[in-house]
Design a protein around this ligand. Structure first.
Ligand code: G6P
Length: 372
């Protein structure tokens, strides 16, 4: 009913709008006043966490994209090698696991059969399993050694939005907590990032306030066949997520690429007026990547692409090459997906509406897939 949708036309719009609160709720009570993390709910002892020599993340769909982003954070802040694998592929390749492997299963519903089978396989090999889940008491957390709940609240729309942002928050918390427990040379950076995380909900709110031009742009693209997405570093999984949203909702051909791979194939797809969404890394921090992606934008534009550039406020280098410029607030590199994903959700939702599609219940899809 309209009341359930809180005055929005679709649950998806309501859930996109709820993201600042979902992010804040997922952080609530997990950062103590001194700026350290208190993840007491993670019932794997600090001594066990110090023994871990490998992290393996398993998930499906949008949750898998959260896992891809988590890998950057976990490896950077903890120096523990981290693999990310589609849950449906995981147990069929005889993965190397033992008592020192920490397996993280990410699932909004907690009922996805592929993810459940992957975690059962991991536990049979003696690995510890930590679930990141949005549904209290669901099967995946019940069968795991520990759980960190995301506090997104119920997500009704089939295409995941607020659950994704909270999965990212939970992944950052786990990465920072592992860093804190094990002690790394990044101690100061970890402290600073914890502060940045506590401000991120306001940044997400600011992004939401500036989405009208994104909607207007989406409506002009309703007749297109293909949209391409480029990113690098954590912007690469964001590009994959942007493409997935467009497939799910707009039923359009959409693909995400790592921008560095452009020259190894995807650039052949660039022709006159193909929309290409580019997620630009911050010009601060890893500025080499920023400069490389600016060259990519120049290259594809020279070949006729219509460039839709998502770049940090104050990044002037992209301006001459952006047919459409979407601004996001400056954040630390690793946290950028929390703000960069939001315009892609809005974009896909508006394109779906413009194409006359059912936003909350896309064809052929289910909210939770409980078969293998
Ligand atoms: C289904 C949904 C996706 C979701 C995926 C994983 O395919 O349509 O939106 O990302 O399952 O779901 P989970 O509940 O495990 O996060």
């Amino acid at each position: 009913s309209a009341a359930e949708k809180g005055g929005y036309d679709y649950f998806m719009l309501k859930e996109i709008a709820e993201q600042p609160k979902a992010v804040a709720d997922t952080l609530l009570g997990r950062i103590d006043p001194s700026g350290s993390l208190t993840l007491d709910e993670v019932r794997i002892s600090p001594s066990e966490l110090r023994e871990i020599d490998k992290v393996v993340i398993v998930a499906c769909g949008t949750a898998f994209h959260a896992g891809l982003i988590a890998k950057y954070a976990i490896e950077h802040w903890t120096r523990i090698p981290c693999e990310v694998e589609l849950a449906s592929e995981f147990r069929y390749r005889d993965p190397i696991l033992d008592g020192r492997s920490l397996v993280i299963a990410i699932s909004q519903s907690g009922e996805t059969m592929d993810t459940l089978m992957a975690l059962r396989h991991a536990r049979e090999q003696g690995s510890k399993v930590l679930a990141i889940c949005n549904t209290n008491g669901s099967t995946i957390p019940r069968e795991s050694d520990a759980v960190l709940y995301t506090h997104a609240g119920p997500e009704v729309a089939v295409a995941s939005t607020k659950a994704f942002l909270t999965q990212l928050v939970a992944c950052y918390l786990v990465a920072l907590y592992l860093g804190q427990v094990r002690g790394t040379k990044w101690g100061d950076e970890i402290q600073a990032v914890i502060k940045d995380l506590s401000r991120i909900s306001e940044e997400v709110e600011r992004v939401l306030e500036t989405m009208e031009p994104v909607r207007a742009l989406a409506r002009t693209l309703a007749g297109k066949d293909t949209v391409l997405f480029l990113g690098r570093h954590v912007g690469y999984p964001v590009a994959l997520e942007g493409a997935l949203k467009l497939k799910e909702l707009a039923y359009m051909h959409a693909e995400g690429f790592a921008a560095g791979e452009l020259k190894h194939g995807p650039i052949a797809l660039i022709e006159e007026d193909v929309p290409v969404v580019v997620v630009v890394p911050s010009p601060r921090g890893r500025s080499v990547l920023h400069d490389k992606i600016v060259s990519n934008i120049q290259e594809i534009r020279a070949r006729g692409a219509r460039t839709i550039v998502i770049a940090e406020e104050g990044d002037e280098a992209v301006v001459p090459y952006a047919d459409h410029l979407i601004r996001i607030p400056a954040t630390p590199t690793l946290l950028q997906p929390l703000v960069a994903t939001v315009p892609l959700q809005v974009f896909a939702c508006e394109l779906a509406t413009a194409r006359g599609n059912e936003v909350d219940q896309p064809r052929n899809l289910a909210k939770s897939v409980t078969v293998e």
